[in-house]
Design a protein around this ligand. Structure first.
Ligand code: SF4
Length: 379
């Protein structure tokens, strides 16, 4: 995990309007040499300056298409900037305006722990295990997965990647006869996806990296088909089944739509489960007057409510489900980043070393070679 040193005090002394002027002027000076990417969960003040908004992989792919851009300022979190660096050329520099903008989920799969887990799991079973890592993981973990013949996935295409990994395996066949998967770092996305594909909860075990041997016996590993890493998103885990019950008790006919990083119990009670892009598409295409209770990050929900005013869009939770690490990126850090670039000083460049990049790209490209994205479930 990286830490951001305090930025020069003059940025704290400026008003938001002054900071906006600085950012606008810097953008105008750079022209096409600079691209600002804004993740869906960024605050509105930052999205205002984004040339593109989207989910992490889409933004990285867009970055790769901006061949004129020398500087790619990624307003997201650390693993996203790493992915953008992997997909862009050596001539392009990827910058994260606040180094402390990490992802708590990605940090739950440390590379040393992941290597230890992989070595142990591979030693206790003869059945093949395919590792799958959610893109919300470090480049080092992606590289481990690439080397071990596995693939990345996103929340949009997790179903397709899990299907690919378990191809030919049947949920009711003996575990020793077929493939297993190790899904990391989000246990919820792994569980929700495998369950939606017909794999019962009893076929899954949770590997806890904080415990010796993940807290599992060799017999448990041999009997399991799906090995879930004990990681989660600190935002999406705040949604609960009781919140769904409370929405159902209202007079208005709310559709409950949640992200697959939510717990299985929440997803089971929801009407629809899908990625941020899927959530946006569904609500955008919905009838005027329709009611939506959404289980994802609050800034995205707020933006949907603000732009789709003829629909009723609210958070599933009554508390603020906010990605605090994304929120670190603000006008001050963006202005400081661009000001520094103007004076020829590249701050907070994120770069992935050649060997890690090579193998993590194997995992990413294996995913991209599969079919197009689909939602986890639409009941
Ligand atoms: S919302 Fe969750 S998974 Fe996404 S960046 Fe924040 S902590 Fe990570």
């Amino acid at each position: 995990m990286l830490f951001q040193k305090p930025i020069p005090p003059q940025y704290a002394d400026q008003s938001d309007e002054e900071l906006r002027t600085l950012i606008r002027q810097a953008k105008a000076q750079f022209g096409q040499r600079l691209v600002i990417l804004g993740h869906h969960y960024q605050q509105d003040d930052v999205v205002e300056f984004a040339d593109f908004t989207g989910d992490s992989l889409r933004l990285s792919q867009l970055a790769a298409q901006q061949t004129e851009a020398e500087y790619i300022v990624f307003c997201g979190v650390h693993f996203m900037a790493e992915t953008a660096d992997m997909l862009t050329t050596d001539r392009q520099q990827v910058i994260l305006p606040d180094l402390s903008a990490g992802c708590s989920m990605a940090d739950m799969a440390d590379i040393d722990q992941a290597e230890e887990a992989w070595a142990w799991l591979s030693s206790v079973t003869n059945a093949p295990i395919t590792p799958i890592t959610y893109v919300n993981s470090s480049a080092a973990v992606k590289a481990l997965v690439g080397r071990a013949d596995g693939a990345c996935c996103t929340s949009s295409n997790a179903r397709m990647v899990v299907e690919w990994a378990l191809h030919g395996a049947q949920p009711d066949a003996p575990a020793t006869e077929g493939h297993k998967i190790l899904f990391l770092p989000d246990q919820h996305l792994g569980r929700n996806t495998a369950y939606a594909l017909g794999w019962p909860l009893e076929s899954m075990v949770v590997y806890d990296p904080a415990l010796p041997a993940g807290g599992l016996t060799a017999e448990q590993v041999r009997a399991a088909r799906v090995i879930l890493w004990k990681g989660h998103c600190s935002v999406h885990q705040l949604f609960t089944p009781a919140q769904v019950d409370a929405i159902r008790a209202l007079d208005e006919p709310y559709q409950v739509i949640v992200h697959p990083e939510c717990a299985w119990e929440v997803c089971q009670k929801a009407d629809q489960v899908g990625s941020t892009e899927y959530i946006i598409q569904q609500i955008t295409a919905a009838e005027p007057g329709s009611h939506w209770a959404v289980g994802t990050e609050v800034h995205l929900i707020g933006r949907l409510a603000k732009t789709l005013t003829d629909r009723h869009v609210r958070s599933l939770a009554t508390i603020q489900c906010l990605c605090t690490t994304m929120y670190r990126i603000d006008l001050r850090h963006l202005a400081w980043t661009l000001d520094s670039l103007l004076s020829g000083n590249v701050v907070n460049q994120i770069s992935v070393d050649a060997e890690t990049r090579r193998w993590s790209l194997v995992a990413v490209e294996r995913m991209l070679a599969l079919r197009p994205a689909q939602p986890i479930s639409a009941k």
